[in-house]
Design a protein around this ligand. Structure first.
Ligand code: SF4
Length: 192
């Protein structure tokens, strides 16, 4: 039977949306245009902040605004609902973002991961790892595509014929949720 919102690994999965998008992160593509690092408020649970703080020294090698007079700035704020956000600069750009010599906006946590042979999934906030996918609140929570994702040039509509996940979208799901989730989603897509 066709099931467009199956529950897989305790998450309600919006299959139609997931197969509708292809994604390729290339900082050159958003140079001079809107960038995901200047568009969203990044929210984290408190326990995720420790991960970010652990990688801030490495990130500061790329993003000097993270330090003042040799000391690390507090770049976090607490929201009314007990989440933690990352501060932004006057251009609404996340304070972990930096520009390379080509003027491209890059994530310093990601750059630090590459330089240190780490996975960027282990250095960046979960919501950044998931982009252009997003989790929406619900019971269970819903995995879908960020509602304005197609405003960004790194995201394109995927032809519906064949009905399968784009390689990069599959990689995001695998890295964030694990193999079992990806297998479950692919199986559900094959039954659509
Ligand atoms: S943490 Fe990195 S990926 Fe996330 S918004 Fe900031 S600069 Fe962009």
């Amino acid at each position: 039977m066709r099931e467009l919102f199956p529950i897989i690994e305790n998450v309600k999965v919006d299959l139609k949306s997931l197969i509708s998008i292809k994604h390729k992160c290339d900082p050159g593509v958003c140079n001079g245009k809107i960038s995901c690092c200047a568009e969203y408020e990044i929210c984290m649970e408190k326990d995720e902040v420790d991960k970010i703080i652990a990688h801030t020294p490495g990130a500061a090698g790329f993003a000097p605004q993270l330090k003042t007079n040799g000391l690390y700035n507090n770049v976090f704020d607490e929201t009314d609902d007990n989440l933690i956000t990352i501060d932004v600069d006057e251009d609404s750009q996340c304070l972990f973002a930096w520009r390379n010599s080509n003027g491209e906006v890059l994530c310093s946590l990601h750059s630090h991961a590459i330089k240190s042979n780490l996975s960027s999934y282990d250095t960046k906030p979960g919501s950044c790892c998931l982009w252009p996918l997003a989790i929406y609140q619900g019971s269970p929570e819903i995995l879908t595509v960020q509602d304005d994702a197609f405003n960004f040039d790194c995201n394109k509509k995927q032809e519906s014929k064949g009905a399968e996940l784009d390689t990069e979208i599959a990689s995001i799901i695998k890295n964030v949720y694990g193999d079992k989730m990806l297998v479950g989603i692919n199986h559900a897509i094959s039954k659509m």
